[in-house]
Design a binder for this molecule. Structure first.
Ligand code: UD1
Ligand code: UDP
Length: 359
């Protein structure tokens, strides 16, 4: 069996690493019937700290193709990817195209494969914010409609698909990001020296990330968030996404308590997450990592796809409202209940099993 993995953005490298690992484990056990994985990197993310670092750390096989598409408007970026992926799929003729999450790389992969009648497996299917102003929501809805195998992380994501009339091919595997975190959590302690490098003590700092389009494209929202960080009486460690960095550089923003640093590799960010008193983020992945690591999370958005973390009280939605953010940091009460969410850490193996069983 031949699968083409399509990835391009930071969280996709982390997710796909788990499935590549599961594929090589499968191949060791099934030397006669191996799965050949062809990785296509769209080049959506390209800085060393946004891309190559994850291939090094997580030992992801070298992509056979790098499309080097780079940054641009949605239509331009997705269109360039679509044309380039189509060419490759025509040559490689895979049995499956495997796509991850909800980025423009996901959508381009789905469109290219669907038009060539190549079966699509969507890892992290069924997530919804119900906000069509988010580019990711459009990417998800279309990718799910085009996929034959919908690999869901949670019962609520399965329900979302059912509500959209998708009746077949839905398989609950859990979240491959749980696998990624389990792989990294103990390794991070051995490998990362980020706490000592930044002279931080456990639980004596907050960790923040901001990159979502709604928070960066709207100046008022970004200003409110940055102003809230500056008003906190605690150290805020802030690895800044390049998208956000470009905007902040235009401002005079140098509060004493906010430590802006470059984006981090996976082991360093996990080490920082683990020891943070609290996370402030608009990242999808980091909301779940906070939950799994039992660290309180304040989400800088008005809605979340990971509703279970919010329902259980581990995640507060504060939007981009300065007052709500400050109040949430001050008054967060850690819930006593912490049930297992989003799988058992073997989602990548279940993903490979589903690909094999449905071939
Ligand atoms: C993308 C995804 C988002 C995901 C995020 C993960 C879409 C529509 N959005 O958002 O869902 O949560 O990745 O981080 O696919 N840039 C660099 N260097 C890089 C990459 C980006 O400087 O290596 C800058 C460029 O100015 C670029 C901007 O960041 O224009 C935004 O990058 P882009 O990939 O378009 O969107 P993200 O905000 O990263
Ligand atoms: N992450 C990282 N370095 C950073 C910030 C985040 O490795 O400096 C990891 C984070 O731990 C999570 C993933 O990147 O595993 C989330 O990616 P991002 O927030 O860019 O995208 P989203 O999850 O919102 O799509």
């Amino acid at each position: 069996m031949k699968v083409s993995t399509i990835i391009g953005a930071r969280p996709q490298f982390i997710k796909a690493a788990t499935v590549s690992r599961a594929i090589s484990e499968y191949n060791k056990k099934n030397p006669v019937n191996i799965i050949e994985e062809i990785i296509i990197h769209t080049g959506q993310h390209y800085d060393d700290g946004m891309s190559a670092v994850f291939f090094r750390e997580l030992e992801i096989p070298v992509p056979k193709y790098n499309l080097e598409v780079g940054s641009g408007q949605h239509g331009w970026q997705t269109g360039r990817m679509l044309a380039a992926i189509e060419k490759i799929l025509l040559v490689e003729k895979p049995d499956w195209v495997v796509i991850y999450g909800d980025t423009n790389s996901t959508l381009a992969g789905a469109l290219a494969a669907a038009k060539l009648h190549i079966r699509i497996a969507h890892v992290e299917a069924g997530l919804r914010s119900f906000n069509r102003r988010m580019p990711e929501e459009i990417n998800r809805v279309i990718s799910d409609q085009l996929s034959e195998l919908l690999l869901c992380p949670s019962p609520s994501s399965m329900n979302n698909l059912a509500a959209e009339g998708i009746a077949e091919g839905i398989v609950m595997i859990g979240d491959v990001m749980a696998d990624a975190l389990q792989f990294a959590a103990h390794k991070a302690e051995a490998v990362s020296n980020i706490l000592s490098l930044l002279q931080l003590r456990p639980r004596e700092y907050l960790l923040a990330t901001v990159h979502r389009a709604e928070n960066t494209d709207e100046k008022e929202r970004l200003d409110n968030i940055l102003s809230a960080f500056a008003a906190l009486n605690e150290t805020v460690v802030f690895p800044v996404h390049p998208r956000t960095r470009k905007l902040i550089e235009k401002e005079q923003y140098h509060p004493e308590n906010v430590r802006m640093i470059d984006p981090l590799g996976y082991f360093d960010i996990v080490a920082l997450e683990k020891s943070a008193r609290l996370l402030l983020t608009d990242s999808g992945g980091m909301q779940k990592e906070a939950y799994w690591l039992e660290v309180p999370c304040i989400t800088l958005r008005d809605e979340t796809e990971w509703i279970e973390t919010w329902k259980l009280g581990w995640n507060i939605l504060a939007g981009a409202d300065r007052g709500r953010i400050i109040e949430a940091v001050r008054s967060f009460r850690v819930p006593s209940d912490h049930p297992q969410l989003y799988g058992d850490g073997n989602a990548a193996r279940y993903c490979v099993d589903a690909l094999v069983e449905n071939s």
